[in-house]
Design a protein around this ligand. Structure first.
Ligand code: PHE
Length: 470
């Protein structure tokens, strides 16, 4: 079996790469609009709760598999399965992760393409009242969208093709500090220009009747968990791949703790950049005008338009921030499949990246078409191919892979887990971690997965039926 020979050449590379991976569109594009859709403070509270109780433990499980398996996601799982007398079929967890990563790459690049496009649009200035039309127009142009998307994919593949030190580590050293400075600048601007108190209030306080106004509690819980996992980059092999390059002196628990904290911090900061501005302009998150998933493409440009010339500076800055975050994440989304091809098929890194480049472009075309030519081509219960890819990867595969890794480490690898690799010296903490992986996370994730899929795919509200029995 091909084993991983490469290793990060320093101790901060994993921290930078994994943080660059975790902090992405999920934090700045996804988190604020999901918070707005799901009632603000309650969603934020649940999100933080699930990051700590489920996200962090499963994150560590994924990094652990990589660090111990020392190879690409599939081979790492397979070799650990062999070590623990488990079936080789566990490798399917790795394959499912890679499949998820490719599908995500296919739609993620499209959103990133919009982001770059919007950097230019906002620099030229958007007239008040026109942002909605511009957004509709941008989505209708198949060729423009393809141009920006392909540019983004080629750029990220270029970094990945250069290898983990000369490519990924080098890029992250430059991108990550920039990202933090840009987020802080945006928060500072929001505090100065917007209604900061209203923003803080909205994100950090909630009342019981928020649950009623936002609909079902199950849907909020599902959204919060999905967001926590996606934002932490769990479930598609990225953390296994990055973990496999970890030097032996680095400890899984500490390194994971740093990344999880940084990722959650940036999500909250993104909220603090966007909500004060939105409130300052009198927008109400409960109203449709807030934009849903189009928040950053419809509402924010409108907000920048109202700022006049200043908007032509702050707007591009905001989209530049999004582009940087998306770029470092995209690099990490590509790594698992590139590592897999190089090791399983003994391909050169260059060739493997070339193959993945073509796969990503093909998938992205489907996802682009979902915005225009195939806009009304529904796939099952999902509106169009773009929505389908997003759902299938984020809500369907991701939680399955998360559960698979949790069960694999918790039930099959008990003899392989060692305190030294983990960096956990207290037996109580170790037992707690294994207990969560064995019981809490699989039961919880599978319940949410089942309820959510029944609801979305079959419009069957099982939870509601159960509640009505009493
Ligand atoms: N965590 C990234 C974000 O928040 C997305 C991502 C998912 C990256 C999975 C890598 C793997 O945007």
């Amino acid at each position: 079996m091909a084993t991983q020979s490469s290793q990060w050449n320093n101790n901060t590379a994993f921290l930078l790469a994994a943080t660059g991976s975790a902090v992405g569109l999920g934090n700045i594009w996804g988190f604020p609009y999901k918070a707005a859709e799901n009632g603000g403070g309650l969603f934020v509270l649940l999100y933080i709760f699930f990051v700590i109780t489920l996200g962090f433990p499963v994150f560590m499980a994924e990094v652990f598999i990589g660090k111990k398996g020392k190879s690409n996601p599939v081979s790492s799982v397979e070799s650990l399965a062999a070590k623990s007398n488990s079936s080789k079929k566990w490798g399917i967890v790795g394959y499912a992760g890679i499949l998820a990563s490719l599908i995500i790459a296919g739609y993620y690049a499209v959103i990133a393409g919009f982001v770059i496009d919007y950097g230019f649009i906002s620099a030229q200035g958007v007239a008040e009242g026109t942002a909605k039309d511009i957004w509709a127009n941008q989505q209708s142009t198949f060729f423009d969208m393809t141009f920006w998307t392909v540019l983004f994919i080629v750029g990220s593949c270029y970094v990945v093709a250069n290898g983990i030190d000369a490519g990924i580590d080098k890029a992250m050293r430059f991108l990550l500090p920039m990202l933090f400075i840009l987020v802080l600048a945006m928060v500072g601007y929001g505090a100065y220009q917007g209604d900061f108190n209203a923003g803080i209030n909205y994100l950090f306080s909630w009342k019981a009747d928020d649950i009623e106004t936002t609909g079902q509690a199950a849907a909020i819980v599902q959204a919060a968990i999905g967001q926590a996992f996606f934002s932490l980059s769990i479930g598609m092999g990225t953390l296994m791949a990055f973990g496999s390059y970890m030097p032996s002196s680095q400890k899984v628990s500490k390194a994971s703790g740093v990344v999880v904290t940084a990722d959650t911090g940036v999500a909250l900061l993104a909220g603090l950049a966007i909500f004060p501005l939105a409130f300052g302009l009198g927008l109400d998150p409960k109203e449709d005008a807030f934009g849903g998933s189009a928040l950053v493409f419809e509402t924010m440009p409108e907000a920048f338009a109202q700022l006049g010339v200043i908007g032509q500076v702050v707007g591009p800055l905001f989209f530049f921030l999004l582009a940087v975050a998306a770029f470092s994440s995209m690099i990490s989304i590509l790594e698992p499949s590139v590592a897999f091809l190089t090791q399983k098929f003994s391909m050169s890194r260059m060739k493997a990246t070339g193959v993945i480049l073509l796969v990503c472009i093909s998938l992205s075309l489907v996802s682009i078409a979902g915005h225009n030519v195939w806009k009304d081509v529904s796939v099952g219960a999902l509106d169009n191919p773009f929505e389908f890819m997003k759902y299938f990867a984020d809500d369907f595969l991701l939680l399955l892979v998360g559960t698979g890794m949790s069960v694999f480490v918790g039930w099959r690898l008990q003899k392989v887990i060692d305190a030294d690799t983990m960096g956990i010296s207290s037996t109580t903490m170790m037992n707690l971690w294994v207990f969560i992986l064995k019981w809490v996370s699989p039961i919880f994730l599978m319940t949410i997965w089942t309820l959510g899929n029944l609801q979305v795919l079959f419009e069957y509200d099982l939870l509601d039926k159960i509640i009505n029995l009493f």
